[in-house]
Design a protein around this ligand. Structure first.
Ligand code: ASP
Length: 584
């Protein structure tokens, strides 16, 4: 028998028992007469003890055990004299009477401890060692719990789990496709799904009524901390429903997950229109854990000969409560911060309402105390507050102010990761103008239905048409998004044409969907939640990589298996592919 117990379960109640444990050597301490060895498995650590006086041969052998050796040891559970109250097994040790080395190990390239000395790339290269560390294993355990709770909820709601194919053709979710060359049809390619969007809609035409899948999606995009080229979605679709049904169902799921995993309860989730989110937070994924809303200042600042404000489409401010005593240095630093290219503001204007009642701004030349009072009134500011103002083109300025708001939220400790503030953002625009391509893009995807009352504006004023689309946002992170779909062939055709597809292109790419719509497509809609992001959010970290067993680095590379990599000439030949250019 390789083990009778795990390394995480024996306690003082087991004293006197004969046991066998298996695991890895965490560390060993040779104290002359005694050798102590910490044996680790997934469940914990148990101390093994060897005594020179009672069994010199075995003790000598134990002294040779190196870190990460795999052993199997038998002995008797005994009370420890030196107890460790921090460990479940801290009251006992095993007096070993025999052990076998099941496998030796090279010295690991970094320490297998809670906080490791290994850098990112090294840990990724030896990810199988990294996963032996508690925080990484715990992240994967949390992920599994979340997946189980998700299935539990969706199964209870009569959703059917269906797998959809991975070798498909392009799904337009707004990113570049990963493609796979076909050997049997040389010169032709599969695309990996950016999402199962069209398949789940076809499953609704097929009458499955409620579908879900915890599914891999693939998008060839530039990577950031919260993006991976392959990632996982909780993908869902429902028939004979309206937007309200989806919001209710997935609000239910959100509640179920928070209750099950974190024991946090929510009343119903607030809803905010896209227009309000942009106006008040400068962002379609507002972090509503804190107020500090954007306030438009155009009416109170214009016409005082300050050219910067007079010439700006939008002058917008936030009020940092209790920050009137920010030093010159802090303000200069904030000014530099907003001027960084990532934020892109041209400058920062401030005004403070000092504790002594006086008012002071960085533009005193143009605005007297009376004017500043008006600003403060407009902001709802109080004595002791600081207001920060940005000006410029509307969308750019809102975006920059949103960043500054989040930064101030961080600096003031208003973004506590243990507080969760979910909400729905609704009524997204159907389309967004792409200045580079000089054409409309679908803001969500081309299958999203316009609000019926806005359809008449599709030709005359497409930019103002709102969609039946919604996002689930938690703490400033877009956790999921979806829409009610178009289920009418003519409307879908019209949508493709608005997006610049010729009839022939639309037919070639999405003919299968439009044909399906000829055979009785039910009204339907759905949502997909970013599962990796959800895990990271529940784990209280920003990077989704921690929650993926084998993630890729920022260059899209798997450091462990060293992929992407070249393939053999023979394979290329079979595929009918010639590589003409290689950057390496
Ligand atoms: N397929 C969409 C996405 O991946 C989600 C949806 O509309 O259901 O974002």
């Amino acid at each position: 028998m390789l083990r009778t117990h795990t390394c995480g379960e024996l306690t003082i109640k087991d004293a006197g028992k004969k046991v066998t444990l298996s695991g890895w050597i965490q560390r060993s301490r040779d104290l002359g007469g005694m050798t102590f060895v910490d044996l680790r498995d997934r469940y914990g650590i148990t101390q093994l003890v060897f005594n020179m006086d009672t069994n010199a041969g075995l003790c000598e052998k134990a002294r040779k055990l190196g870190r990460e050796f795999v052993i199997n040891a038998s002995g008797t559970v005994a009370e420890r004299s030196n107890k460790n109250p921090k460990m479940t097994t801290g009251d006992i040790e095993i007096i070993v009477d025999a052990f076998d080395v099941l496998n030796e190990s090279l010295t690991p390239p970094f320490t297998i401890e809670d906080s490791s000395d290994g850098g990112d790339d090294l840990r990724m290269k030896y990810r199988y060692l990294d996963i032996r560390r508690n925080p990484v294993r715990e992240a994967l355990e949390l992920r599994a719990e979340l997946a189980a709770a998700t299935r539990e909820y969706l199964n209870s709601q009569k959703f059917i789990e269906v797998e959809t194919p991975v070798l498909i053709k392009s799904t337009p979710e707004g990113a570049r496709d990963f493609v796979v060359p076909s050997r049997m049809s040389q010169g032709e390619f599969y695309a990996l799904p950016q999402s199962p969007q069209t398949f789940k809609q076809l499953l609704m035409v097929a009458g499955l009524d409620k579908y879900y899948q915890i599914v891999k999606c693939f998008r060839d995009e530039d990577l950031r901390a919260d993006r991976q080229p392959e990632f996982t979605q909780i993908d869902c679709e429902m028939s004979f429903i309206e937007q309200e049904d989806i919001l209710q169902t997935f609000e239910g799921m959100t509640r179920h997950l928070f209750k099950t995993i974190k024991n946090i309860e929510f009343s119903s989730l607030p809803r905010m229109t896209f227009a309000d989110a942009m106006k008040n937070y400068g962002n379609d994924k507002p972090d509503i854990r804190f107020e500090m809303k954007l306030v438009e200042m155009n009416d109170v600042v214009k016409g005082k000969n300050f050219k910067v404000f007079d010439d700006s489409e939008l002058v917008v401010a936030i009020c940092a409560k209790g920050c009137s005593e920010y030093t010159r240095k802090q303000l200069d630093e904030l000014t530099d911060w907003v001027k960084r290219p990532q934020i892109g503001a041209t400058g920062l204007v401030y005004a403070r309402w000092n504790a002594d009642g006086s008012l002071k701004s960085s533009v005193d030349k143009f605005y007297d105390a009376e004017a500043l009072k008006q600003w403060m009134a407009n902001m709802g500011a109080a004595q002791g507050d600081l207001i920060l103002i940005l000006a410029g083109e509307k969308n750019k300025t809102r975006k920059a102010m949103s960043e500054l708001r989040l930064e101030m939220g961080n600096r003031l400790g208003l973004r506590n990761k243990d507080i969760y503030a979910p909400l729905w953002v609704i009524d997204f625009p159907l389309l967004e103008w792409n200045e580079e391509a000089k054409r409309w893009h679908a803001m969500h995807h081309p299958f999203t239905s316009p609000k019926p009352e806005d359809i008449s504006k599709l030709d005359s004023d497409p930019g103002t048409v709102r969609a039946n689309a919604y996002d689930l946002v938690i703490n400033g992170v877009e956790i999921g998004g979806g829409s009610i779909r178009i289920h009418n062939k003519d409307l879908q055709k019209r949508m493709f044409s608005l997006l610049g597809f010729s009839d022939a292109d639309a037919q070639a790419q999405f003919g299968f969907l439009m044909n399906a719509f000829e055979y009785g497509a039910p009204p339907h809609g759905g949502i997909a939640l970013g599962f990796d992001r959800l895990c990271a959010m529940f784990g209280g970290v920003e990077s989704i990589r921690d929650y993926i067993a084998f993630p890729k680095n920022n260059a899209g590379r798997d450091m462990m298996i060293d992929s992407p990599s070249k393939i053999a000439d023979e394979q290329l030949k079979e595929l009918g592919i010639a590589v003409t250019q290689s950057l390496k």
